[in-house]
Design a protein around this ligand. Structure first.
Ligand SMILES: Cc1cc2nc3c(=O)[nH]c(=O)nc-3n(C[C@H](O)[C@H](O)[C@H](O)COP(=O)(O)OP(=O)(O)OC[C@H]3O[C@@H](n4cnc5c(N)ncnc54)[C@H](O)[C@@H]3O)c2cc1C
Length: 329
C-alpha cells in the first residue's frame, strides 16, 4: 500500500477543503481500506470523517428524519425512530454484514461503496470498469452478477441502504467545493452506459453530509427483504424494498425497488402497477412479484436469482402491507 496523509478535520467544511489533490473521504473504512490493500485505489491522503461534528446524529421532527452521513449501520438498525418512520431502512441496515462491520460502516460509505464483482476487485483483471474493454463476467464466473441491464457491465449495486432509501424517496444533502446541493436518491445512481468508472453522481471532493426522509403518509408501511447465500455475513443475492399506502384495503402509492440484480438499484414501475388498486394479499403480491422478474436476462450461472427475487418481492410486499395495516391514521 502506498503512503498517504491522514487528516482529521473537525467540520464538514474543513473536510471538503481538505479533500483535494488526490485525497478521499473515509467513513468507517470497511470498503475503502480493502480497495487500497488490493491497489485498486491509491489516494494521496485520507480525510477521516471520524471527528467531524454533526454528521453522526439521527434527528426527527415534523419534516421527517435526518440521518447524518456518519451514522453507523448499527445505530440505524437499532434506532426506534427509524424503525417507526422508515422500517425498510431499519431492515436494510440490520440485514447488512456482521455486527463488527455494522459498528464501523456508515450511511455515506454504504451508498458510495464499490461493486463486489470479483473481476473488478481482482488487481489482475483490467475489466471495462477499470479502463479495459471487456466485462469478464459475460463469459466467466457470473453467479453473483446482474440479471437486468447486463449487456455492458454485469456488476450488481452492493448497497442495501440504496433500495430502502429509494422506497422512502430520500434526499441527499451534499457539500462540495461549490457549496451545498440536494439530490434525490433516484438521481444518485450512474449506469455503466452513462459512465463506466463510477456508480454514483458525486463530483470530486463532494461529501454527503445527511440523508433526509420525509414523513410517511398515514396507513403506510415499508419493508426490505433479501436472500443471502449464508446467514452470517455475505452480500444479498437478491433484495427488494417495498413501500405502500392503504387506500381503504387497497394498495396505493406503491414503490417496488429491486436490489442486487442490476448495476443500479432498480425501481420497477410495472410491478408497482400490478399491485396498485389491489388488496395486497398473497395472490396480488405474487402477481406483482411475477411482473418484477419479467424481462430478466440471466447469465449462464445466475438463473437461480429469478425464483429468489420473486419470493423476495412477494415477502417484502406482504411485510409492508402488514405494517401499513398496523400503522395509525
Ligand atoms: C463481510 C462484509 C459483508 C458485507 N455485506 C454487505 C451487505 O450485505 N450489504 C451492504 O450494503 N454492504 C455490505 N458490506 C459493505 C459495507 O456495508 C460497506 O463496506 C460499508 O457500508 C461502507 O461504509 P464505510 O463507512 O466503511 O465506507 P468507507 O469504506 O469509509 O468508504 C467507502 C467509499 O465511500 C466514500 N465515502 C464515505 N463516506 C462518504 C461521505 N459521507 N460522502 C462521500 N463519500 C463518502 C469513501 O471515500 C469511499 O469511496 C459488507 C462488508 C463486509 C466487509
Amino acid at each position: 500500500m502506498k503512503n498517504f496523509d491522514w487528516i482529521t478535520p473537525a467540520t464538514a467544511k474543513e473536510a471538503v477543503e481538505a479533500c483535494t489533490a488526490g485525497r478521499t473521504f473515509m467513513g468507517g473504512g470497511t470498503d475503502l481500506v480493502t480497495l487500497m490493500k488490493a491497489g485498486l485505489v491509491e489516494p494521496a491522503g485520507l480525510v477521516s470523517l471520524s471527528r467531524v461534528t454533526g454528521l453522526d446524529a439521527i434527528a426527527e421532527d415534523g419534516e421527517g428524519l435526518m440521518l447524518g452521513a456518519r451514522v453507523t449501520l448499527a445505530a440505524l438498525a437499532e434506532n426506534t425512530a427509524v424503525a417507526r418512520r422508515a422500517p425498510a431502512v431499519a431492515d436494510s441496515a440490520r440485514n447488512t454484514a456482521t455486527p463488527l462491520v455494522r459498528n464501523r460502516a456508515t450511511v455515506g460509505g454504504n451508498l458510495c461503496q464499490r461493486p463486489r464483482c470479483w473481476y473488478f476487485r481482482h488487481p489482475d483483471y483490467k475489466c471495462s470498469k477499470k479502463g479495459g474493454d471487456t466485462c469478464y463476467a459475460i463469459e466467466g464466473e457470473n453467479k453473483y452478477h446482474a440479471i437486468f441491464e447486463n449487456t455492458t457491465c454485469n456488476i450488481v449495486h452492493p448497497s442495501n441502504l440504496g433500495p430502502a432509501f429509494m422506497a422512502h424517496d430520500a434526499e441527499l444533502v451534499i457539500l462540495g467545493p461549490k457549496g451545498e446541493r440536494k439530490l434525490s436518491i433516484h438521481e444518485f445512481w450512474v449506469r455503466p452506459e452513462e459512465d463506466m468508472k463510477t456508480e454514483i453522481a458525486l463530483d470530486a471532493g463532494e461529501l454527503i453530509t445527511r440523508v433526509d426522509l420525509k414523513p410517511m403518509p398515514a396507513r403506510t408501511g415499508s419493508a426490505f427483504e433479501e436472500v443471502n447465500e449464508k446467514q452470517s455475513f455475505d452480500w444479498g443475492l437478491v433484495a427488494a424494498a417495498v413501500r405502500l399506502t392503504l387506500d381503504g384495503d387497497k394498495a396505493a402509492d406503491v414503490r417496488i425497488i429491486l436490489g442486487a440484480v442490476a448495476p443500479v438499484p432498480l425501481r420497477h414501475a410495472e410491478a408497482e402497477k400490478a399491485l396498485t388498486g389491489r388488496v395486497p394479499d398473497e395472490k396480488a403480491a405474487l402477481a406483482a412479484a411475477e411482473k418484477a422478474v419479467e424481462g430478466a436476462t440471466p447469465l449462464r450461472d445466475n438463473h437461480y436469482k429469478i425464483a429468489m427475487l420473486k419470493a423476495c418481492v412477494k415477502n417484502a410486499i406482504l411485510m409492508a402491507a402488514a405494517r401499513a395495516r398496523k400503522a395509525g391514521g
